[in-house]
Design a protein around this ligand. Structure first.
Ligand SMILES: [Zn+2]
Length: 497
């Protein structure tokens, strides 16, 4: 169902979705090989049967999850009817290979194995394709078309780009974690923001949720992201909103146990890009509108998936943008945004000073987390400032990321930090990213931002930020956090309605 877009949203948020949908399949035009999967769910959702027709003979296919074998009931060659043997996570052809496979999955058991389902209502459940999608390796020129045959009133939510109703195209992508696929009766809405349609699934628990609150917050936050360069970085991401009680293994972080509107969020890149948000359904809209979690997670989509070894870059860029964008949308006063940036940069500076950013990211130290989260924010700030200064305002981090999106996103591969830096430098007239990376990535300590803050007119007295307009680069500082009046007015109206 296409959601009714709140009428107070204003006409510029109603850009048609046809153009972005074309864009989302642009990577497929180069694909010559398509495997066809037809997935049928039984009424009652106890079992799922899959018929996989391959473009050529396959000798073996695999499932990603270690326990995939536990929920596989049987697999047969469609042509010969012969049973296919399982070896660990592989289905192996006895002879020259198979062109078609039919296999059955114990969906109920798979759903029981997924611990997040314990907190969901019986109407919907999550089962990752890592458990049920047995498939060949994909390269740049290979995709899998997956068509779902669903019982009445049953929906499916997947991260893969949608080709037509219930038909999706899964291409090569990073595998940052196991994708979430939701089956059952849950709410589905499509939210339009400039040049993107967010495919939003609201997963049900036994606690009632306020759909309007959730959708207004997501629309506002997704719009904030478009204040970087005029559009959302992924034309059709999967957004999954889950009740905060659902806690995966990744949710043992510092954000638990609070009354925050958004308890936790994460980006998963596995066959497509998705953002999962764990929310407190009883929080009022005002609280959602001041929460930074979704802005942070959506900001991640402005970069490709960066190797864990340099995750400080992607975390830092997201930290920088969440504060800058919340100022641009009017949610934060500029001084508040700079205070938050300064506080974070200070936490980063004090965190494990004997380690370099690369060292902190590689070691996974509990007390090195702030270094990982903030050294990349320092790099983003310095790069943004230098770009604006050397180009007299013609270039910025926004512009470099705008061009990066146009050339390379959503990315099908994992990027290294240096690859990203070099590519960003190729987007601007004079390099800033690689020089900063070389200076700081493997150097113990923290990028020195004190001089930059001083020049920008961000004065610190006893830890408190004051903005001075007579500083050398004060105009650059103002342009970084320049408020978009239309978005700010819209956000204000949302908050009081
Ligand atoms: Zn993050």
């Amino acid at each position: 169902m296409r959601s009714a877009i709140p009428s107070h949203r204003g006409s510029r948020f109603l850009i048609a979705a046809a153009f972005p949908l074309l864009l989302s399949f642009s990577h497929v035009t180069s694909a010559q090989v398509i495997h066809d999967y037809s997935v049928t769910l039984e009424p009652g959702l106890k079992r799922m049967s899959v018929e996989a027709r391959f473009a050529s003979k396959e000798r073996q296919i695999a499932a990603r999850a270690r326990d995939a074998n536990d929920v596989l009931i049987e697999a047969r060659d469609c042509d010969t009817g012969k049973k296919i043997r399982v070896r660990g996570r592989h289905l192996v052809s006895p002879a020259a290979g198979f062109r078609c496979l039919r296999y059955t999955i114990d969906l109920q058991r798979a759903a029981r194995n997924e611990r997040r389902n314990a907190s969901l209502s019986a109407e919907n459940f999550i089962v990752s394709p890592a458990v049920w999608l047995w498939r060949p390796e994909l390269d740049e020129s290979t995709s899998i078309r997956v068509h779902f045959n669903l019982p009445d009133e049953i929906r499916v939510s997947v991260p893969w780009p949608e080709e037509s109703r219930n038909t999706f195209l899964l291409g090569r992508s990073p595998e940052s974690a196991n994708a979430t696929v939701v089956f059952g009766r849950f709410e589905y809405h499509e939210l339009s923001v400039p040049q993107a349609t967010l495919r939003v699934s609201l997963v049900k628990s036994d606690t009632a949720m306020n759909t309007d609150t959730i959708l207004s917050w997501l629309a506002a936050t997704a719009t904030d992201i478009t204040l970087a360069y005029g559009r959302f970085p992924n034309p059709s991401p999967q957004i999954v909103v889950l009740p905060a009680g659902v806690r995966g293994r990744t949710d043992r972080s510092f954000r638990t146990g609070s009354t925050k509107a958004v308890r936790f969020g994460r980006v998963v890149r596995d066959g497509g890009e998705s953002v999962e948000l764990f929310v407190n359904h009883s929080a009022p809209l005002e609280k959602f509108l001041l929460d930074w979690t979704a802005t942070h997670e959506f900001s991640h989509l402005m970069l490709p998936y960066v190797s864990r070894k340099q995750k400080w870059i992607s975390e830092g860029f997201a930290q920088y943008y969440q504060n800058i964008l919340l100022a641009r949308s009017g949610a934060y006063e500029p001084a508040h945004a700079w205070q938050k940036l300064y506080n974070g940069l200070e936490r980063g500076r004090k965190s494990r000073p004997e380690l370099s950013p690369n060292g902190a990211a590689a070691g996974n130290f509990r007390d090195g987390l702030m270094k990982v989260y903030w050294s990349g924010a320092a790099l983003a700030l310095l790069a943004d400032m230098q770009l604006r200064e050397q180009s007299d305002g013609a270039e910025s981090l926004d512009l470099a990321l705008d061009r990066l999106q146009a050339c390379c996103l959503p990315a099908t591969e994992v990027w290294t930090g240096p690859e990203l830096m070099a590519r960003l430098d190729s987007m601007v007239s004079s390099p800033v990213f690689m020089p900063l990376y070389r200076q700081y990535a493997n150097t113990a300590g923290f990028p020195d931002v004190s001089n930059a803050l001083e020049q920008l007119g961000v004065h610190i007295t006893n830890g408190k930020v004051e903005l001075h307009n007579d500083a050398k680069l004060a105009a650059i500082r103002s342009s970084m956090t320049k408020m978009d009046p239309q978005t700010a007015r819209w956000r204000q109206r949302l908050a009081v309605n």
